[in-house]
Every structure is written in C-alpha cells, then in structure tokens.
Design a protein around this ligand. Sequence first.
Ligand code: ATP
Ligand code: MG
Ligand code: FE
Length: 336
Amino acid sequence: RLILAIETSCDETSVAIVENGTKILSNVVSSQIETHRRFGGVVPEVASRKHVESITWIIEEALDKADVRPGQLSAIAVTEGPGLIGALLVGVVAAKTLAYALDLPLIGVHHIAGHIYANQLVHELRYPLVSLVVSGGHTELVYVEKEGSFRIIGQTRDDAAGEAYDKVARALKLPYPGGPHIDRLAHEAEEALPLPRAWLEPESYDFSFSGLKSAVLAALNQAGMKGLPIDARAVAKGFQDSVVEVLVEKSLRAVQEYGAKQLLLAGGVAANKGLRQQLADRCASAGVPLIAPPLSLCTDNAAMIAAAAHLKLERGQLSSLELKADPALDLEAWSV
Ligand code: ATP
Ligand code: MG
Ligand code: FE
C-alpha cells in the first residue's frame, strides 16, 4: 500500500511516497534554512509563506520521482502537530484537498511519532523498545511497549537539546542552525571547558539544559570582561560532553529498567556525531541493539510521517476531513 505523506511543521517542506510503511519510493525535502539564516532562527510568518510557495511542486516532484500516479495511492498522510500553527496549516489543507479530490483516506500524524518511526524505514523494530527523541523542540525518553503505543517516561523541564545547541552556537557567533557547527568544533577540540551535568533526581528520566546553557554564557561573559581569548572549540566540547553524557546515561538506564529490546535514536540532534559515537560504544558494551536512522532521516522529512501513518492505516484508524492542525498535539494520546 502506497502512502503519500506531507510534512510542514517547521521549516522543511517535504512530501514522500512510502510503500507499506517501510520502503521509500521518494522523499523530497525542501529546506528553508537559507531563508531563515539571516534572522538567526525560524520566522513563523516567513515559514508559512514559503510552504505555500513550494507545496504544489513538491507534491508533483514526489510523485514523479516515485514514478507513481495519484490513482495508485492508498492514503494521504500529514503532520497534524506539534509545530508552528501557520506552517502546519499549509500541509493539512493540502492533504485534505488531495484526500477529497482523490477520494482517499486521510491520516493525521504526530510529528514525534514520525521521528521515532523513521527507524522503521531502516530496520525491523522489536518491542518493547525505548526511543531517545532529541530535536529542535523536544527531548524525551519514550517507552514503546508495543507497536504504536507511546509513553513519555522523561522529558526536558526547560530547553530542548537542539534549542540549547542553537543558543550556545549563537553565543559563539556561529551560523544558524548551530548544532552541526558545535558538533564539528567539539571534534576539533583538544580540551574541554569544565561544565556541570544536570542529573536531576536520581530516579528521574527528565532532562534540563538551561542551567548548562547559562553556565556557558557566564563563562563567555567572564572571559569577555577580562579581555581573555575564547577558545570556541573547548567551549563546544565542554558543552557537547555534558549534553551527551546525560542523554546516554539516562537512555541506557531506561533500557535496563524497561527491559527494552532496542534503543532507537530519533530527531534532528540524532545527527550529532558525538552522541551517535558515545551511544554506539555504550550500547555495544551493554549488549543493547542501537538503531539510528541515516542523517537525512533524522531531520524533518515526510517519509517518517508516512512510516507512522502506516500504523494507523493498518488498523483503520483514519482522520476525517475535519482534521485540524494542533500546535500542541499530545504524543501519548496519538497512540494507536
Ligand atoms: P521538533 O521535531 O521538536 O518539532 P524540529 O523539527 O525543528 O523540532 P529537527 O528538524 O528534528 O527539529 O532538528 C533540528 C535541530 O537539530 C536543530 O536544533 C539543529 O541544531 C539540531 N542538529 C542538527 N544536526 C545536529 C548535530 N550534528 N549536532 C547537534 N544538533 C544538531
Ligand atoms: Mg527543521
Ligand atoms: Fe522535527
């Protein structure tokens, strides 16, 4: 069964065609990063307008690349939330229009369920599993007892990991989005600026990154006032070491406690080389199978939305043409 999926929750306009929730026939992603860079972040109004400009040709290109005619499709899927409301609306309206015109079932998809199920495009999943979701807006440990059931066992109490990366990068005057630049500098570093780790309560799976971010800003301010040179590499490495250590330790503890058969990595920050390396090392020595999508499936794309939509299509859990974009959609409630 072929699903055409649309993703417009933030600053990527993407359309994909995926067979049976596992095989990608096309996955066209148009990023607006260049447009937003001069503002140092995503400007919601600009994002919506860009989505409107691109959505039609991207739908056509996805069909072309997959060599699929609209009549061969089984369903239309779309990210219904969470995300920027104006951006989500563009995808939802396009998806409803296609579903209505082609008389196809419509499936609204939770964006984070999409990030998690991106892993199904590269590997067979075994339950129960735990997923570490690290993206621009989310940092969560999700327990997936069986296919499509989501329980958040820990989450950030303040900044998301990606948000912290981008803020620290900004303080170091690196271009937006800063995550990949910090990652690169950290690898070039010889020493690390000593920074705190936010473990929170011993039993907690929650995260906190704003204290760490403040510690970086304080160190930069102090160096600035004293007129001392700033070693951006050491700052990047100190910051990355702290983020990665906490993410890795809590993920492995969750895997043990919940008896997970796999650990899934998900979200844009899953592209981080330091995180991937450290997780791979720790999982190898603990005998835990680690699944991580290739970088192109870590950041926002529509193929992951099709993969998650397939869970609902199989169970006949369809959305109506009344489907509304919901910027604060709940992940657990979206479970199949
Ligand atoms: P959400 O999925 O929570 O709605 P989003 O879709 O904006 O947020 P993603 O596209 O999944 O987020 O990820 C983007 C984030 O990933 C940015 O904050 C970016 O800096 C970060 N990122 C990308 N590559 C890396 C990297 N190599 N190291 C660290 N962070 C990275
Ligand atoms: Mg993005
Ligand atoms: Fe995302």
